[in-house]
Ligand binder design. Structure first.
Ligand code: HAM
Length: 434
């Protein structure tokens, strides 16, 4: 080989190494950019198993209360939420993922289920089906500051009961919520509740709150000064230390309850007491969404695993919402639980191991596919091992999957219409007829 030929080989080799390095660096740069969006998570294996376990458990409890699965679209016209959740709510003001679609309509990725269910109740003519008791689950979107237990895409299990009035329905809803948490083994929880009374109660209380907070207007946070105009009740919910200090002496809604609202609240509390349902009264629960009337409640987790986002489940009565949205007067109550927050309180949720692993050795794949079909038809969970490798390597894979049995099929076994069934924990094996 001439010297110049040898040089050109070396140059080509160096160039191809350099080229591979540049290509790898480019891929890495692209992949670095292709992370999930901030506040949104991928769920696989144990995390996904925990979510599925929570959904299945809650649906089993809901079925005992005769609740049925309901589905609404993830995307709704923006007005569904902006008109119902309240223009002073953080969800509407700051957190909605809203955009114009290709036909120029303003649409929003749902930040919660309740308004969508109320919209569907009216647009699907579901009045004929009251009482309508429905359970839903799925993703929701709020542009919040992500932290432990708070995401921008999160998941809820949401239950609504439309069409029945009175505090005894509230009791059943609260019982169902307790049953769901108990079925999940989540016990370190406190039920806190409050009343927001009826429309007349809130009007009288609002006037008293405006009077009171006007006196401290200069000292209130900017957010609370805005709330003073639109919804002074929300000042009681403020996280600002100075607002909280001022709010301590604010007029209590309880002092403005109409006779009807007081009767509702007293009956609710007396029945909770009679049924030994543990609860505490928390005046500060006013909820961040504007549609609530009478009973509002939150289940607060008492575990360090939750951090500051410790409300696991929240809800309340919303007797006026459906009429406000243009439907017939329809009393209603509901609650939603954050699946991610529940998952933080669950013990590690193991992913389900297959009953059996089938190991083909040599040219036996077709027979193994037939065996897998038979076992699956007999409700077994089966993993068929694909690809090369010797028996030892494939048995290691089977062990890693935590399966109970391996079915090993070599060409000799197939010729005799047999398969070896091996108990993976003990290594004991027997030959069985296919
Ligand atoms: P909410 O209080 O806005 O109420 O949310 C209910 C639950 O969803 C919270 O207690 C929490 O567990 C979970 N959650 C809320 N935001 C996030 C987030 N950014 N990240 C993770 N989890 C979150 C409602 O949504 C009402 N629609 C409940 C209702 C149903 N009221 C009547 N019917």
């Amino acid at each position: 080989m001439m010297l110049w030929e040898r040089h050109s080989y070396v140059i080509v080799a160096i160039m191809s190494i350099k080229f591979a390095q540049i290509r790898e660096a480019c891929y890495k740069q692209i992949m670095d950019k292709l992370q999930p969006i901030r506040g949104m998570k991928d769920l696989f294996l144990a995390d996904a198993a925990a979510q599925q376990h929570i959904i299945n458990t809650c649906y089993n409890v809901a079925a005992k209360y005769n609740f049925h699965h309901a589905v609404t679209p993830i995307l709704e016209k923006t007005a569904v939420f902006s008109r119902t959740l309240g223009d002073s709510s953080d969800v509407v003001n700051k957190e909605m993922y809203s955009f114009e679609d290709k036909s120029g309509d303003n649409v929003t990725l749902r930040p919660e289920f309740t308004a969508s269910i109320a919209r569907a109740f009216i647009s699907e003519g579901l009045q004929q089906n009251v009482p309508l008791k429905c359970i839903s689950n799925g993703p929701l979107f709020r542009y919040e500051r992500p932290q432990k237990g708070r995401q921008r895409q999160f998941h809820q299990i949401n239950c609504e009961w439309l069409g029945t009035a009175g505090p005894m329905v509230d009791i059943e809803m609260i019982q169902m919520a307790w049953d769901m948490l108990n079925a999940l083994g989540i016990n370190h929880v406190e039920l806190q509740l409050n009343t927001l009374g009826d429309a007349a109660t809130r009007q009288a209380h609002k006037a008293a709150l405006v009077d009171y907070f006007e006196r401290f207007k200069q000292d209130l946070s900017a957010d609370s000064q805005t709330r003073l105009q639109h919804n002074p009740l929300r000042i009681l919910d403020s996280k600002d230390a100075k607002d909280q200090d001022i709010a301590k002496e604010a007029p209590l809604l309880l002092d403005y309850l109409t006779n009807e609202a007081a009767l509702f609240w007293n009956q609710l509390q007396a029945t909770l007491h009679d049924l030994n349902i543990p609860h505490t009264h928390n005046h500060q629960i006013v909820r961040g969404l504007d549609y609530y009337t009478h009973t509002v409640f939150e289940f607060v987790g008492k575990s360090d695993d939750l951090g500051s986002q410790n409300t696991l489940l929240a809800g309340g009565r919303y007797d006026e919402l459906i009429q406000q949205m243009g439907g017939p007067p329809t009393p209603a109550i509901g609650f939603a639980m954050g699946i991610e927050r529940l998952a933080l309180m669950l013990n590690e949720c193991a992913i389900k191991a297959p009953h059996a692993v089938i190991i083909p050795i040599g040219d036996t794949m077709t027979a193994c596919l037939k065996l897998a079909t038979k076992l699956r038809a007999a409700t077994q969970h089966v993993e068929l091992i694909h690809g090369g490798g010797n028996l030892g390597k494939k048995l290691k894979k089977a062990d890693k999957l935590n399966a109970e049995y391996a079915y090993i099929m070599g060409e000799d076994e197939l010729a005799n219409n047999h398969v070896i069934k091996r108990h993976l924990a003990t290594g004991a094996q027997e030959e069985i007829t296919l």
